[in-house]
Design a protein around this ligand. Structure first.
Ligand SMILES: Cc1cc2nc3c(=O)[nH]c(=O)nc-3n(C[C@H](O)[C@H](O)[C@H](O)COP(=O)(O)OP(=O)(O)OC[C@H]3O[C@@H](n4cnc5c(N)ncnc54)[C@H](O)[C@@H]3O)c2cc1C
Length: 288
C-alpha cells in the first residue's frame, strides 16, 4: 500500500515542537528514525495529517552522566548506543543488546526513544531498561515527568505517555551489577521468539536485587517477580537457578503468536533463564 497523503514539518527545538503539536493537535504524529513508523503508515495503521520530525532537536540528543545516573537522549540511535563509551561503562546490558536489534541499516536510523515509544513486546530495549530499573523522562509543553520503566509499558504497544507528550530520554542509576541479555530468534536480526534481559548483584556469593525481564512472551516486557524472588538472598547455583525456572510458571502467561503456542514460549523462557543466569557463574560452578 502507499502512504496516506500528509504534511511534513521538521521541528528544530522543543518550543518549535510544542507549537507544531498545538497547531495540528491529535492528527499530528511525531517521527524519529522512521524505522517502524514508515512501515505502519504503508499499512495504513495510522493516518496522521502531518508528520512532525524531531530528529534535529538538540535537547533530545546526547549521552551523559549526571546526578548519579546515565542519561541517554531519546534520539540516540541504536548504532550510537552500541558504540558509546559511557553506555559500555555504566549500562553494558544496552551495549550487549544492540547487535540483537534488527540489522545494521535499521540500527543506523532507529532511536531508543522510538523503540520505547512503540513498545513492541519482542523488542530488546524496553526489557533492558526495566531490568536496569531506569526512569523514562518525558517532556511536553507542560514540562517533564519521570516514570519508572516498570510502569511505563502499560499493555500491547501501549505506554504511559499522555497525548502531546514525548520521550525525552532515559535515566539509568549508576550501580555495579551483573547483567546479560540473550534471545532466541528464527534468524539473526529477527524479532525474538523469546528473550531475557537480567540484572543482579552478587554480594558474598548471594544474589541481591535480581531483575529478570522477559520479552516476546507477553504484552510488553515482563518483570518476573516470582522468579526474581526465588533468587533473592540465595547463592547463585544450580539449585537457585532451578528454583527460578520453577517459579517462572507464576510469572508468565504468554499469548499464542506467529512464533508458536504458549507452552513453547514457556519452555524457551526456562531455557533462557538457565543460559543467562549460568553466564554469571564461573566455568567451574557451571560444570558442577
Ligand atoms: C525490518 C525491521 C526489523 C526490526 N527488528 C527489530 C528488533 O529485532 N528489535 C527491536 O527492538 N526493534 C526492531 N525494529 C524496530 C527498530 O529497531 C526501531 O527501534 C523502531 O522502529 C523505533 O525507532 P524509530 O526511531 O525508527 O521510531 P519511529 O519509527 O520514528 O517511530 C515509532 C513510533 O514511536 C513514536 N516515537 C518516536 N520517537 C518518539 C519519542 N521520542 N517520544 C514519543 N514517541 C516517539 C512515533 O510517533 C511512532 O509512533 C525493527 C524494524 C524493522 C523495520
Amino acid at each position: 500500500m502507499k502512504w496516506p497523503a500528509m504534511g511534513y514539518l521538521r521541528a528544530t527545538s522543543l518550543p518549535d515542537l510544542w507549537s507544531a503539536l498545538a497547531q495540528h493537535g491529535a492528527s499530528a504524529q511525531i517521527i524519529a528514525g522512521g524505522q517502524t513508523l514508515l512501515a505502519t503508515l504503508a499499512f495504513r495503521l495510522s493516518e496522521p495529517s502531518v508528520l512532525v520530525d524531531i530528529i534535529r532537536i538538540p535537547e533530545l540528543r546526547g549521552v551523559s552522566v549526571t546526578g548519579g545516573a546515565l542519561r541517554i537522549g531519546a534520539l540516540t540511535r541504536h548504532a550510537e548506543l552500541g558504540r558509546d563509551a559511557l553506555v559500555r561503562a555504566h549500562a553494558p546490558l544496552l551495549t550487549e543488546a544492540v547487535p540483537l536489534i534488527a540489522h545494521p541499516a535499521i540500527r543506523n536510523r532507529g532511536t531508543i526513544g522510538g523503540s520505547l515509544a512503540y513498545a513492541d513486546p519482542a523488542a530488546e530495549l524496553p526489557a533492558c531498561i526495566v531490568a536496569l530499573d531506569a526512569v523514562v523522562v518525558t517532556a511536553s509543553a507542560a514540562g517533564e515527568r519521570r516514570i519508572p520503566a516498570r510502569d511505563f509499558f502499560t499493555d500491547l504497544l501501549q505506554t504511559a505517555l499522555h497525548p502531546g507528550e514525548i520521550i525525552a530520554g532515559v535515566e539509568i542509576p549508576l550501580a555495579a551489577r551483573h547483567s546479560a541479555i540473550q534471545e532466541i530468534a528464527r534468524r539473526s536480526g529477527d524479532y525474538a521468539m523469546a528473550g531475557l534481559a537480567a540484572a543482579l548483584r552478587l554480594e558474598a556469593g548471594c544474589v541481591v536485587a535480581p531483575r529478570l525481564v522477559y520479552f516476546g512472551v507477553g504484552n510488553g516486557p515482563v518483570l518476573a517477580a516470582h522468579a526474581s524472588a526465588a533468587l533473592e538472598g540465595r547463592p547463585l547455583d544450580a539449585g537457585s537457578i532451578a528454583a527460578a525456572q520453577e517459579a517462572l510458571g507464576e510469572d508468565l502467561d504468554p499469548p499464542q503468536d506467529l512464533h508458536g503456542p504458549p507452552d513453547m514460549k514457556r519452555h524457551l523462557a526456562r531455557v533462557l533463564t538457565a543460559r543467562v543466569l549460568g553466564s554469571f557463574l564461573a566455568p567451574k560452578e557451571m560444570a558442577a
